[in-house]
Design a protein around this ligand. Sequence first.
Ligand code: ADP
Length: 186
Amino acid sequence: MIIILMGPPASGKGTQAELISDKYNIPNLSAGKIFRDEVEKESLLGLKVKSYIELGNLVPDELTVQMIGEKLGQLNLSQGIILDGFPRTIGQTKELERLLDGKNLSVTFVFYLDVLHETLLQRLSERGREDDQEKVIQNRLQLHEKQTKPLLDFYRYKKVLRTINGNQDVHEVFAEINQFLQGYLS
Ligand code: ADP
């Protein structure tokens, strides 16, 4: 299964990615987490992406695609993968399609975690990560609306989009996702 988790900042992508990964034993790749780890390590990539992350801007496609491409290259994708926070732009989507096509694979599900705007603001203010300051948050939410949400149309057209009510508690959200996975596997 090739699973993509999409949704605005603080919609719970990372949490659900881990739950799916644990239950189904599928590796999980979080673009944001990889970038944050690289910044922490002060690696070359980390230094390149630091300012984008701090300002809540998207890391340029070139860097993002290269980084994800490398990670995906190290995995056996026929065992499945959960992508959290990638793709986020049309360019990234095209690259992913190309990569999967080349291996005769295709996206199984895109789960879009739909969460009310007020709930997101509340969660982001409570989370208090370094890039969770007011101005940065507004920027990330806007970029999500403008750059990432349009990708839903593409995946809807491909009939793999499933919209999940992300306003519920963690386990209820997971139960919704799990129903689709069970349906697929049975
Ligand atoms: P959130 O979903 O809460 O915004 P993430 O951990 O997914 O948090 O992302 C944190 C930051 O990492 C983003 O604001 C962005 O700067 C960078 N980032 C993550 N994924 C991508 C991506 N696919 N393309 C470009 N930048 C990304």
